[in-house]
Design a protein around this ligand. Sequence first.
Ligand SMILES: Nc1ncnc2c1ncn2[C@@H]1O[C@H](COP(=O)(O)OP(=O)(O)OP(=O)(O)O)[C@@H](O)[C@H]1O
Length: 641
Amino acid sequence: MIKLSDTQRKIVEHRDGALLVIAGAGSGKTRVLTERVRNLLENKIGHYRVLALTFTNKAAEEMRERLSDITDLENKAFIGTMHSFCMEVVNQRGSAIGVQGIPHIFSSTGDLIQILSDVFKVNPSLQSILIKKEKPQQFLGQVYQFISEQKRSLRSPEFFLEKPDESDEVNLSAYLYRQYDDMLRAQNAIDFDDLLLLTYKIFTERPKIADMYRRLYKFICIDEAQDLNFAQYNVLKSICGEQFKNVMMVGDPRQAIYGFNDASSEFMCSDFVKDFSPTQIELTENFRSSRAVIQVAQILEPDFQMEGILPIQGEVQAFCCANEQEEAEWVVKYLEELSRKGHNDIEGKVSWNKCAILARNRYVAKQIEEKLSKSSIPYYIRLTSAQESESELIKCFELGMRLLINPADYIHFQQLAKLLNVNNTDITLHKSTDDGNTILRNLYDCAMNSNRSKDSWHNCGDALLSAWKTLTDDNPNFLKALGILEKCAESTFENEIQQKEMVVNDIAMWKQHWKKYVSTSSYGSRTLTQFRNQVALGTTQLQTEKDAVALLTVHTSKGLEFDVVFVIGMCEGIFPDYRAIQKQGKALLEEQHNAFVAVTRSKRLLYITYPKFRKMPWGDIRAQSPSRYLTQMGIPIFSTK
Ligand SMILES: Nc1ncnc2c1ncn2[C@@H]1O[C@H](COP(=O)(O)OP(=O)(O)OP(=O)(O)O)[C@@H](O)[C@H]1O
């Protein structure tokens, strides 16, 4: 039986009615949430499922793992992100609001802006508007932002007028929203914002469906509720209707760091309280961090008052290095030393998986990534949630895979044609009535007539065709396809080591995606479409590695904990980010939350570093001053020289 404090037990044993748990970092939120789901599944009689919504796939995976001893867990609970849940609803009930079949997720912003650009291309009067713009690409980006904002505010295109008014920017954007959506649907596609918008429409326009879901899921539990945004909160409300109150929210307003995504802790702290009148419980013990870590965390967030604190002292130190290279070198050396010598505050060996390096954003992590790759330290990177193929061969394979399952996908058809050097006139040969294999065969023939045929791509083209042939939507022999490409890369790029390495790495990544998909889906139910959508949702991504140091951004570190944490690049302009410094107000407050999240990932030792001089993106070398958070925390700063 897992250990629980009295307050934690009260939460776990809570039955009917809404419940709000406000809890500090390391107070056991994840633990109570998981144990409550277990308690509901094991002790409450009746036929129902529990809907457990997590903020990340990693958190969902962790919860599933902790509950894996419950027989038939998959059929008793849905554990996943809000987006994954919405995908399931749209797949199962989308037809009620006119969504045909299983839609394909277009997740890259680049692809979506390309859709917008195509809207202009097919409409001559619109094209003249775009030509007049001084910076057309920037304009497209702005329109895309507008569309995304409308969707996140749950406003469908039907809200807007049908005719464009060139003189009125808002009206024009609204018109473009309709066109963009039509073009997306014509390609059987949806974007991420649609997942929430369509689910909301299903539940509000078809109340009987919402009612069915309420009967199916008797309890809803939501993790990291401080990061809910308007659309997510309203989707939740739309499932619940007027009567359903069995909703539990768990969160920490001090860890709200998704303001850029319209998230606000007000939905949890204020709207939820008003709409659901929940029982409120606070968790005020800290089971994670050493005294030294708690002390600096409390300086960053003075109202982070913890009753129980661990008896371990731990340490927090700051270091100033000459520049980013030396900063990276210093971190690598320090890690090696800790691993060799161990530390009194850490039981047993300081193994690599007990350590993490955190950066405010992915660019700051570049130097350290390079140094780690040259060291003997095993590491894994989680800097963004998306993973993309690097090699042209696997990029082509991936695009072809999209066409096989969705021949109407013109965006990725164009991208594949470009990669294969197929000229523009041949691109017009695309017919959405053709099946995927015919489209790919035609493209291949055109590519063979172009420059591609002269180089090593002749070989690759044949391999791609055979690989695609092994993939039918309902019986995809994915590993066989990758095997064909692996063989092709070995012979084709025998003397091009870098090319070969890129292909090998990409294949390893795709094998990993497939393995994960296979482990979470049942034999006979697997389809290529479902696989592709799961990849887009991030559920097939490798989350952690057994014995390796984690290199993370603050956002991807959320919910995780490590004995040893290094926070690098702690200077003004990076942490806090210069844009937040310019904006002040909410943006700056969120940076403080980011700093709080970063330091509270540490269980024992926390090392904060920054470079005295830094190369700016435009090439200048600039002197740096320590982050205001370092100064605020009052940690003495040592020089590494
Ligand atoms: N009652 C308890 N007794 C001992 N250890 C506990 C107890 N509750 C939680 N812990 C441990 O404390 C640590 C923090 O718990 P958990 O990750 O659930 O916190 P959290 O509130 O979700 O943190 P954060 O919001 O900062 O991610 C974990 O290592 C967990 O195993």
